[in-house]
Design a protein around this ligand. Structure first.
Ligand code: AMP
Ligand code: GLY
Length: 420
């Protein structure tokens, strides 16, 4: 098969790495890709948010299957354009991707099927939103409705912070994403993510993971896209998984189908778990980054068969072959991230690392300049390892991190602390 993956992050490097291990994969193209991806696949420069451009490229290159990595092409309707052109594609339609693109939409789906989630209200008017906040008190959570690159959520400890957040959102600091706000009850507990493939009707879980959102050790510093992850997440016990599946995932997937917008792709569910009860924090319509990296390390080449089963609607006949293993990924980011950072510094020591089915450095923001790997983004490398225990995976991953020479970058040293 000729396969096209859309995206350029660590998530897409890990997807490409796993897909390539499957004998069904003949030709692999990633658009736009990065320096690490270019070592294992062809990279193509196309506008991945332009459905017509993606269809044209896929047709010209006789692509049999397109895998969409990030949320922006999904929200732009690229999956719809591909399907309309008769090209097999993994990823939800624009309407179904509203599960990520609109928080109000997701809340409505949860209401319709009684899925446990935070109590909420949504507003298009700042004064009404403020009155509601004063009435509810703090802590309280203020969210811009649309996609805001992970920055549209303010967990306010006090009422004034929440009121300021409303002003910011209606002042346009969040662009169109802030034209509508969702105000939610603050949920206490431990967070975990679960990844479930869906074919519109059937569902197949492909692993749990825990991310580390804050920039620095001890969960200090600003929120980031994620500074490290591990899988499985011990807080997702069998009983929590059963509840999450029966009370949240299956009812929501059925509700989507009932509304004529069946969900086909990966459902990335974020839960808050307290006293053994999961409640939904959010859905995303794609794999998490860096969570995907640990899932791909554990799944390997079978992922292609699973993604194909989701795309053609045969997930009821598919199964995951699990090894009783653990994986961890550590993000190396440019100094200054998630604030301002420099591009162009040289990263050394990568060539000497062992890369095999249990040890990989997945690239995110990297660029090859004069034969050297240079930093070209905020999150730059995802140093990933697998082991029989989480501790073994951790030791391998940090051993590799410590062999990489990049004075202009930093990483957390406590990934996995909750589980270890
Ligand atoms: P979201 O973009 O909805 O995932 O929110 C980003 C982060 O904000 C989550 O991962 C949680 O840590 C936190 N958060 C969101 N909603 C709530 C809530 N209702 N209660 C507590 N924390 C929340
Ligand atoms: N790591 C969080 C995300 O991908 O949204």
């Amino acid at each position: 098969m000729n396969i096209l993956i859309l995206g350029s992050g660590g998530r897409e490097h890990s997807l490409a790495w796993a897909v390539k291990q499957n004998p069904k994969c003949d030709r692999l193209i990633v658009a736009p890709g990065n320096a690490g991806i270019a070592m294992i696949a062809e990279c193509a420069s196309i506008d991945v948010e332009n459905g017509a451009a993606v269809v044209e490229f896929a047709t010209e290159n006789a692509i049999d299957f397109v895998i969409i990595g990030p949320e922006a092409p999904l929200a732009a309707g690229v999956a719809d354009a591909l399907r309309a052109a008769g090209i097999l594609c993994f990823g939800p339609s624009q309407k179904a991707a509203q599960l990520e693109a609109s928080k109000a939409f997701t809340k409505d789906i949860c209401d319709a099927c009684n899925a446990p989630t935070a109590a909420y209200a949504h507003f298009t008017d700042a004064d009404a939103a403020k009155a509601y906040i004063r009435e509810q008190g703090a802590p309280i959570v203020v969210k811009a409705d649309g996609l805001a690159a992970g920055k549209g959520v303010i967990v306010a400890e006090d009422v004034d912070t929440a009121l300021d957040a409303i002003d910011d959102m209606f002042d346009g600091s969040f662009g169109d994403a802030g034209a509508e706000v969702v105000i939610e009850e603050f949920m206490e507990g431990e967070e975990a993510s679960w990844f479930i493939l869906c074919d519109g009707e059937n569902v197949l879980p492909v692993g749990t993971a825990q991310d580390h959102k804050r920039a620095y050790d001890g969960d200090k510093g600003l929120n980031t896209g994620g500074m490290g992850a591990y899988s499985p997440a011990p807080v997702m016990t069998d009983s929590v998984i059963d509840k999450a599946m029966n009370e949240i995932i299956k009812p929501c997937v059925a509700e989507m189908a009932k509304r004529g917008t069946p969900y086909q792709g990966v459902l990335y569910a974020g839960f808050m778990i307290k006293d053994g009860q999961p409640r939904l924090v959010e859905y995303n319509a794609r794999f998490g980054d860096p969570e995907c990296q640990v899932l791909m390390m554990r799944l390997g080449g079978q992922i292609l068969d699973l993604l194909l089963a989701a795309a053609v609607g045969t997930l009821d006949k598919a199964q995951v072959n699990w090894a009783d293993d653990h994986a961890m990924t550590i993000v190396m980011a440019a100094n200054g991230y998630p604030g301002a950072y420099e591009k162009g510094s040289v990263i050394k020591g990568l060539d000497a690392l062992v890369e095999d089915s249990s040890n990989m450095v997945f690239h995110a923001g990297t660029k090859l300049v004069d034969g050297e790997i240079t930093a070209n983004g905020g999150r730059v490398l995802n140093v990933t390892a697998r082991g029989a225990t989480l501790n073994e995976a951790r030791e391998r991953a940090y051993h590799a991190v410590n062999s990489i020479h990049w004075p202009d970058g930093f990483n957390r040293t406590d990934i996995g602390w909750r589980a270890l």
